[in-house]
Ligand binder design. Structure first.
Ligand SMILES: [Zn+2]
Length: 329
């Protein structure tokens, strides 16, 4: 996978907004659909044309779409695509047919389009409140790290995020503000009761392998898509929710900021059907801020200054996200 080097440090969403202004109002009839193996796809050329990328180059299995402020790369056979160096995990791999690289229409509609054109998302909520969910708590420690427990790191990060957001003029609601246990249902209820809000769940990761490390951000997997980490094939029949497009746009904003500002190992934006994301009727993401079972990352996460950086970065992302979605074409 070629990594694109930037001469200018443009923020991800700035690039997206510039691109959005170039697109104008295009229609579904602009798409030619290819049906392969029971699934619908669109071609690389069609994507390049529809989104008015200035440059489109093919290099064996790689496809590079470029615009002065935004670059997207695909690789045939791969489920990872990159937009301005941010990694996204597709529901289905890019496939090859007749020299064309084909992207599933599910990934086009549920991932690429909301990421490239956040201001086109219909019914975007306006929000002034962030429901901050510190994962786990009480008897549920979450991941047990080398130097501490996930529940404590998550709560500390949540408190820092609350302060940062309030300093920017947002209202906040904490699902928990001390070391108590809440069911996932209780967290969902708090989110759904709160008006004009988005939901951010904070976690730290664990793995049986001490080498696992990096940051990942989850959005609910829409209907017809698979969870990134597998699971039962039937789970693709489960529905997403009415916020599918906003969920991925919010995940993009947060993940891209963290990757730009903290330069961690990038595990990408992922899809899952976590119970805490499924029932929520507003834009929601679950953020995994690093592996506390990895010697290097556990040291970082244990450092309050690092948790402050994570909180500040998420706060900046929320500000940027709000600007991006409230800008009209
Ligand atoms: Zn957790």
């Amino acid at each position: 996978m070629p990594r694109v080097i930037y001469a200018f440090a443009l923020s991800f969403l700035t690039g997206v907004l510039l691109l959005t202004t170039f697109i104008g109002s295009s229609q579904a009839k602009d798409w030619e659909i290819y049906r392969l193996g029971g699934r619908d796809y669109v071609s690389d050329e069609n994507v390049a044309k529809f989104y008015r990328f200035h440059g489109f180059t093919k290099e064996e299995k790689d496809r590079l779409f470029s615009h002065p402020a935004l670059v997207m790369t695909w690789t045939i056979g791969s489920q990872a695509i990159y937009v301005n160096e941010t990694k996204f995990n597709l529901s289905f791999p890019v496939i090859e047919s007749g020299g064309r690289a084909l992207l599933s229409t599910v990934d086009l509609a549920k991932l690429v389009d909301p990421v490239l054109r956040p201001s086109q998302i219909k019914k975007f909520i306006s929000f002034n409140t962030i429901v901050i969910d510190a994962g786990h708590g009480g008897h549920d420690s979450g991941a047990k790290g080398i130097q501490g427990h996930e529940k404590d790191y998550a709560l500390d990060t949540a408190n820092r995020l609350k302060k940062a957001l309030e300093a920017k003029g947002f209202k906040t609601v904490m699902t928990r503000s001390n070391d108590t246990f809440l069911t996932l249902g209780q967290r969902v209820d708090i989110a759904n009761r709160t008006r004009n809000a988005i939901f951010v769940s904070l976690h730290y990761n664990a793995s049986g392998s001490r080498t696992a490390q990096g940051i990942e951000t989850y959005a609910l997997a829409p209907q017809g898509t698979r969870s990134t980490n597998g699971g039962n094939p039937w789970n693709s029949l489960l529905s997403g929710n009415e916020r599918d497009a906003e969920n991925i746009a919010l995940a993009t904003a947060v993940h891209a900021h963290i990757i730009n500002e903290l330069s961690p190992i990038d595990r990408g934006i992922k899809r899952a059907r976590f119970n805490v994301l499924r029932g929520i009727n507003k834009p929601a993401i679950l953020f995994e801020g690093g592996f506390i079972t990895n010697p290097t990352e556990s040291k970082l996460v244990h450092d309050p200054a690092h948790r402050q950086k994570i909180a500040d970065s998420i706060c900046n992302a929320v500000v940027n996200f709000k600007n991006a979605i409230s800008s009209k074409r």
